[in-house]
Design a protein around this ligand. Sequence first.
Ligand code: FAD
Ligand code: SF4
Length: 500
Amino acid sequence: MAESKKELDPELKKRLKESYDLPWRKELRQAMPVKERMRLPREKMPEREAEERNRDFCEVNVGIAPEAAVREARRCLDCANPQCVAGCPVAIDIPGFVKLVEKGDFVGGVRKIKETNSLPAICGRVCPQETQCEDVCTLKKATGVPVAIGNLERFVADFERHQGEVYIPPAPPDTGFKAAVIGAGPAGLTVAGDLAKKGHRVTIFEALHTAGGVLVYGIPEFRLPKAILRSEVEYLQKMGVELRTNYVVGKTADLDDLRRQGYKAFFIGSGAGLPNFMKVPGENLVGIYSANEYLTRVNLMRAYDFPLADTPVLKARTAAVIGGGNVAMDSVRTAKRLGAERAMIIYRRSRQEMPARVEEVKHAEEEGIEFQFLTTPTRYIGDERGRLKAMETLRMELGEPDASGRRRPVPVPGSECVTEVDLAVVAIGQSPNPLIAQATPGLKVGKWGNLEVDWATLATSLEGVYAGGDIIRGGATVILAMGDGRTAAAEIDRYLRGLS
Ligand SMILES: Cc1cc2nc3c(=O)[nH]c(=O)nc-3n(C[C@H](O)[C@H](O)[C@H](O)COP(=O)(O)OP(=O)(O)OC[C@H]3O[C@@H](n4cnc5c(N)ncnc54)[C@H](O)[C@@H]3O)c2cc1C
Ligand code: SF4
């Protein structure tokens, strides 16, 4: 078996070694030679036909069957120094859970994951595994095709939920300390779960009427069914976490008010919900949405069900979505599902530089989404009633790499082109909402509106106040937000116990 070069943290290494040395793991390793495992093909994720799924909001991926999960788990080489773990921001014992799947102990597999990740059904669906755990998988180095770690994670989480008995860890002794978590996105939910496991009394304060953050208002049902999110939130509530919705910290109450209510430590996980615009002429025409507004209308307020639901959304014939990330893919696939005959991505770089998950791009292509690479909007054109009717775009070519390491797009003079569109969705990134910082004197804010933290502890400039997720990183990923949540929870625990 190939030994990896990268060294893991000593504590983590010790934990993984104990798991690796279990007698049943040794038996499994001996049951099939490495060479034979390497010859096994990767199990494909079954998915619904593109022509059927691009008309509804039901989930695209169907999930793998138990027999396929066991076959896939056999592909894992059970490395002594598993790089996949180092590639996971929350350090899941990946071979530990995968080998439980190979053994047929699916519930054991999900419990193993839940030691470090309380939202496996979500991560199994939306994490960019191809750039994290699967990218550094030894099997990928050896054969080019990594173990389908994300699909297996999803499988065990779904298996546990379907069999109806979700394991709730025994309640630890109550410490009596109260901690307030602001924002019920993946960062806040993770902090809340970890602090509850330590015996602290945790309340999440959430501005919206429901928990989940981007997972509920941004990522569409066809990628992440809301029922799954609800069951993960209920899991936390069963662990003793209190959830207070419709509670805008900075308006309903500020941190000092919460201190007076007995909260001793705080975690700010309020995300990056403020949309960025390009500031090109005509951007305020009717028919141009920020991706946040567009997706919130459809996902959270169920605009696809209008007039049965209260919120409408524009149903376009030709939709253009500006951007190349997951947010852009979700928006364009939503527009297609709402009936657009032509739905296209306008992206200023080439396909290679697109930040969206590979699977989302593949699914979008299959569903008939058109991609216009190396193109940027320069002007929106309205009709006499101020409604969008066309957009002018310019061709780009790639120049030298910029600060992000990606090649900078450079306009090609004279390459303007006008295309008829009646919907444009701007998905070029989000910034942190300034409300909490404005309402909290002494809370230091960086150049881009992000909260400033000590990156080792995630402590902000105020004592007892920690922050993580998109509010410190700008728009990032679910698993990075969760990784921050784990770090902050460990620090908050130390702080509450007077150990920091
Ligand atoms: C459309 C879309 C698709 C995405 N797809 C993916 C993907 O496929 N994979 C991936 O890894 N990442 C994806 N991301 C990014 C990922 O969802 C975010 O990085 C992640 O959700 C950040 O988590 P968070 O907890 O920091 O913030 P959020 O998820 O934004 O949650 C913040 C929460 O705080 C609440 N809040 C804000 N202000 C206040 C206040 N003052 N008081 C109380 N509550 C407040 C908000 O209502 C929200 O519920 C996507 C993002 C979007 C927008
Ligand atoms: S998932 Fe990949 S890196 Fe991880 S233990 Fe298995 S083969 Fe090794």
